[in-house]
Design a protein around this ligand. Structure first.
Ligand code: NAP
Ligand code: FE
Length: 363
């Protein structure tokens, strides 16, 4: 067995948030709440405010995190937090607020830095952080990654400084009104994390065993996803599998579909989960480790790659157009990022990327 380290320093609390009030004590005296608009409607923000109001902890609210948060938004929130003298962060929402919170935490603690500086690896730490995910997909509550939109580069990229949440609370009740398209997109993000995280050059014994248990649990949810049956138990199960998949990619990273999917999100507004998963079947077909690909299919409980492709296609509820020229342009950009390509365990040619794109997207 190759040597490896395994590190997930996040405490997870599953169940009703209000039953964990005492877990909020002692973290800090003034919180920055980082969120988008939906937390004010789904009950999560109210519950957090209720918990804080029962303590002496003060708070400042920043609720302007957009989908696929930009460097500019992160800088704006960090400036507010610096002025307000906060000493911990509570992130509520999907992957966008959670990822933004990680970068903001680093910027508030290291006051001389701007968001763009976080793309240079440094030995820096952030303030303590709590996560309350309200989508089940990114696993951001257990990963150390913060993926931000760089408008200058017309794409998204993870910052170069890892940072974990200290505590995360998984309460599926906040997702009961998550619209169908976001529910499906985020649920498919989980699948892409499991598949990609099982097939990179960075896998280790534990990440593979976690991924395998994730495939087994995920396959059991296919009927619910296909029937659009999103009851509370399904929501909570999706949240847990999302965290499992997050633990996988924390160690083994994501692969080509995520790298390529960022171009689809930036240029064609394809929701993150759909953007990766639309490429997954072709990516699996292209992958040389056929034993692992077969294990994925077996554990998911599908007969073959074509059945998986057909399930995925019926879960992707988003249509967009792309030209051959755009495919070549994005493929070239991805191919130029040589260090990112080493995450794939086998050599990749430009034509391989073009082929994965074309077979997945050109009907
Ligand atoms: P999101 O961008 O956080 O949210 C998508 C939409 O859903 C937003 O409009 C949001 O509204 C709404 N929403 C969120 N929770 C809701 C709820 N409970 N009820 C109703 N509406 C709700 O989507 P996401 O897919 O969770 O996150 C995507 C981001 O995460 C991308 O930037 C992606 O690159 C990143 N990501 C990170 C990792 C990682 O390891 N860190 C992994 C994969 C992806 P509001 O925003 O207005 O609240
Ligand atoms: Fe993802």
């Amino acid at each position: 067995m190759k040597s490896f380290t395994f590190h997930i320093p996040v405490q997870l609390f599953c169940g009703e948030l209000l039953s964990y009030q005492k877990e909020f004590a002692g973290i800090g005296s003034k919180a920055l709440i980082i969120t988008g608009k939906s937390s004010a409607k789904n009950g999560s923000l109210n519950d957090v405010l209720q918990i804080l109001s029962g303590s002496s902890v003060e708070h400042v609210l920043f609720d302007k995190i957009e989908e696929n948060p930009s460097l500019e938004t992160v800088d704006t929130a960090a400036e507010l937090a610096k002025k307000e003298g906060i000493d911990f962060i509570i992130a509520i929402g999907g992957g966008s607020p959670l990822d933004a919170a990680k970068a903001i935490s680093l910027l508030v603690k290291n006051k001389h830095l701007k968001a763009k500086d976080l793309y240079t690896p440094m030995n820096i730490k952030g303030f303590p952080m709590i996560a309350i995910p309200t989508t089940a997909g990114t696993g951001s509550e257990v990963t150390p990654f913060s993926i931000l939109t760089i408008h200058e580069k017309k794409t998204k990229q993870s910052i170069a400084n890892n940072i974990f949440f200290d505590k995360a609370f998984l309460d599926g009740r906040y997702m009961m009104d998550l619209p169908e398209n976001y529910t499906l997109s985020t649920a498919l993000d989980i699948l892409s994390h499991l598949v990609e995280g099982y097939l990179t050059s960075k896998v280790n014994f534990l990440s593979d065993r976690i991924a395998e248990s994730g495939f087994l649990a995920y396959g059991k949810l296919f009927p619910n996803l296909l029937n659009r049956d999103f009851n509370l138990e399904v929501r909570n199960n999706l949240l847990c599998v999302s965290s499992l998949a997050g633990m996988v990619i924390t160690h083994s990273k994501t692969s080509l579909p995520h790298q390529l999917g960022y171009f689809l999100t930036y240029n064609h507004h394809v929701p993150h989960g759909f953007a990766n998963t639309v490429l997954i079947a072709e990516f699996m077909k292209f992958h040389q480790d056929k034993d692992k690909v077969n294990t994925i299919l077996q554990l998911l409980g599908v007969k073959n790659l074509e059945e998986l492709r057909s399930i995925i296609n019926s879960l992707i509820v988003f249509d967009f157009k792309i030209t051959k020229e755009e495919i070549v342009e994005y493929s070239q950009l991805a191919f130029n990022n040589k260090s990112r390509l080493t995450i794939h365990p086998y050599p990749i040619e430009l034509q391989d990327i073009v082929t994965i794109f074309e077979r997945s997207l050109l009907k």
